[in-house]
Ligand binder design. Structure first.
Ligand SMILES: [Fe+2]
Ligand SMILES: [Fe+2]
Length: 412
């Protein structure tokens, strides 16, 4: 079986990427394994969207392919399972030698492909654009990569007549004593960096465009420029770690809260690092078994949080402290009280509380006014959010937690 491996940052994934997947299948590849990077060797710092945004955007794009293509595509989280920077050499080894590809095929119920993978002799290809010809010798262990996989370079109309292209292909081929395969794609020119820079998403599939809008991507991520290097690194790492702990919806909510909270912190002169970290961890315990949540909640706060729906806030503070080694009391309290609030909240606590209710993907009611208030006046936003909570409690004839009562006294 011919297996094509296609890695990238996919920030965002665009029609050019999809034309490569489709082109490789048309050229006889039986399975394309799409591998969004977790930590990229080339794209570091604040200029990249947190890994799960890119992974789920890619998933959305793949789901939008015609079934005859989609059935031959596997989205791989292999790079989330590897420590450190995602080098292609390590990724290929993990997929093939460590059995991660076999495991993913069996899990994703692609049974006919799985059977072929087990029974047949498999041949691997590294699918890439022609720009790879400029930089391949600078990759980590390029010679070793080529022992495992053949380079399969996308060929746009006209490339073959282009002397530069032909010369570069020849030079890579001679230097590494390898054959390069070429495959035709439609002449779609697109680059993620241009899409972001020009804020023009015409070459992005409509489903992905919707995803970008829902999560307000490429709008506020420069907000990370106002956080410290160590906080941003931690944010990216927690996002990767939580990938295996939270469902896609909750993880994306979590990332949205972190970025929205950092934005509010910047606007209101609060600590952006604390807002970012408390935001990304605020729901980290929410999908633990309820008995575990209860156990951690009791260790953290005794019987203060006596309701199943509330356990995950003290449990989250417990996990933040013990798994993620957070020592800062204000961050821990922002997580601890994100469900109930309490009297005399700090700005960071207020910001995380509000962000949880107002992050861009929230649609439970018309949030326009509350969002506007959050940008201009933190206490006014707290008042509006608190009023809404109060009305909900009254409508449901629910008792109000003493901590929430204390918070309400501050704002109503
Ligand atoms: Fe929560
Ligand atoms: Fe939340």
């Amino acid at each position: 079986m011919k297996i094509g491996l296609f890695g990238g940052a996919f920030d965002p994934i665009h029609n050019g990427h999809l034309s490569m997947i489709v082109g490789a299948i048309d050229a006889g590849i039986d399975l394309v394994v799409v591998i969004p990077s977790a930590r990229s060797a080339f794209k570091r710092g604040h200029s990249i969207s947190a890994a799960p945004y890119r992974y789920y955007m890619t998933e959305t794009a793949i789901n939008g392919l015609k079934p005859s293509y989609r059935d031959k595509v596997l989205l791989s989280d292999v790079e989330y399972k590897l420590p450190g920077i995602s080098y292609t050499y390590n990724t290929i080894n993990a997929l093939i030698d460590d059995g991660i590809l076999e495991e993913s095929l069996s899990k994703q119920a692609k049974s006919s492909i799985y059977n072929r993978y087990i029974k047949e002799q498999n041949e691997f290809f590294w699918i890439c654009g022609s720009d790879i010809l400029d930089s391949f010798d600078k990759w980590y262990k390029p010679g070793e990569i080529l022992k495992r996989a053949t380079l399969m370079v996308a060929n746009r109309p006209g490339d073959c007549d282009n002397e530069d292209f032909v010369q570069k292909s020849k030079s890579v081929s001679e230097r590494f004593d390898t054959e390069i395969e070429f495959f035709k794609i439609k002449g779609l020119e697109a680059a993620s960096s241009d899409i972001r820079k020009n804020n023009n998403f015409d070459s992005v599939p409509s489903e992905v465009r919707k995803f970008i809008e829902t999560h307000a991507l490429y709008k506020d991520e420069h907000i990370l420029d106002f956080c410290s290097e160590s906080a941003v690194t931690a944010f990216y790492e927690y996002a990767i770690d939580l990938f295996f702990v939270l469902s896609s919806k909750r993880l994306l909510h979590t990332l949205n809260v972190a970025i929205y909270a950092a934005k509010l912190a910047k606007l209101h002169g609060a600590n952006t690092d604390k807002a970012l970290i408390a935001g990304v961890l605020h729901d980290c315990a929410k999908e633990l078994p309820i008995e575990v949540q209860q156990e951690y909640a009791v260790i953290k706060s005794g019987d203060l949080f006596d309701n199943e729906k509330l356990y995950h806030s003290p449990a989250g503070a417990y996990v933040a402290e013990n798994r993620y080694r957070i020592k800062d009391e204000e961050i821990l309290n922002a997580i601890l009280y994100h469900t109930t609030g309490h009297g005399g909240m700090t700005d960071v606590e207020k910001i995380v509380f509000i962000s949880d209710k107002l992050e861009p993907a929230r649609t439970y009611s018309d949030l326009t006014e509350m969002r506007a208030a959050a940008l201009s006046n933190l206490n006014e936003a707290m008042k509006m959010v608190t009023e809404e909570i109060y009305e909900k409690f009254v409508a449901r004839h629910q008792g109000i937690h003493p901590l929430t009562n204390a918070m309400m006294k501050d704002f109503l």
